[in-house]
Unconditional design. Structure first.
Length: 208
């Protein structure tokens, strides 16, 4: 087997990113290999060369989004970087197309979307269980909190309209983030994590 060249990796990423955008906008059923090829500037045959079928390409998108979410949770929450505006700005720059894809995937339904939701619930449950409250139903709390937060991704167009600002713009990100913190007790997330998130949003707002 020949080694994968840097050009192959770049082309594969370009195809995947095109698919993410089209799947998010039109759904998987309405998106074609030919349409993905046109947006990514390659031939349909090259799309199939890299990913095989459309379902395999969707699976690659699911895997990529889940990997991104794991990384950002690890860096932001576990790594204690939520208070750093550089971290928030990086997420603000990279997350929107992935979150739009995830929102559409959750509505359309797929094994990958279900797996992403379940893993986010599990990661949230692990964090909440470290905050004490041994009598609490951490699984239920994690499932509800995950659904509430992902609801922004699913309903982002409606939330943006209600706010008069794109939720994926900096002003929209700050307003949504502050509103979420206003609605969640500090003790629920843990005082330290709550304060980090609050500080990070404040610093991001000051920069803009």
């Amino acid at each position: 087997m020949r080694p994968i060249s840097e050009e192959d990796l770049t082309t594969r990423a370009r195809i995947r990113d095109a698919a993410l955008g089209l799947f998010a906008e039109h759904g998987v059923k309405a998106t074609t290999i030919r349409g993905i090829a046109a947006v990514s500037g390659v031939s349909p045959g090259l799309v199939q060369h890299h990913f095989g079928t459309k379902e395999e390409l969707r699976q690659a998108c699911d895997d990529y989004v889940l990997g991104y979410l794991r990384e950002q949770i690890d860096v932001g929450v576990t790594g204690g970087n939520l208070e750093k505006p550089e971290f928030i700005e990086n997420v603000h720059r990279t997350a929107p197309p992935l979150m739009k894809y995830l929102g559409r995937a959750l509505v359309d339904g797929s094994p990958g979307a279900a797996a992403m939701f379940d893993e986010l619930v599990t990661m949230t449950e692990e964090h909440l269980s470290h905050e004490g409250h041994s009598e609490a139903d951490h699984r239920a709390r994690a499932a509800v909190l995950t659904a509430m937060k992902l609801g922004i991704a699913v309903l982002h167009e409606h939330v943006s309209r209600a706010l008069g600002a794109d939720v994926y713009s900096t002003p929209g990100t700050v307003r949504v983030g502050k509103a979420q913190l206003d609605l969640i007790r500090p003790e629920f997330l843990g005082r330290e994590l709550f304060e980090q998130a609050k500080t990070g949003l404040g610093r991001l707002e000051e920069r803009h």
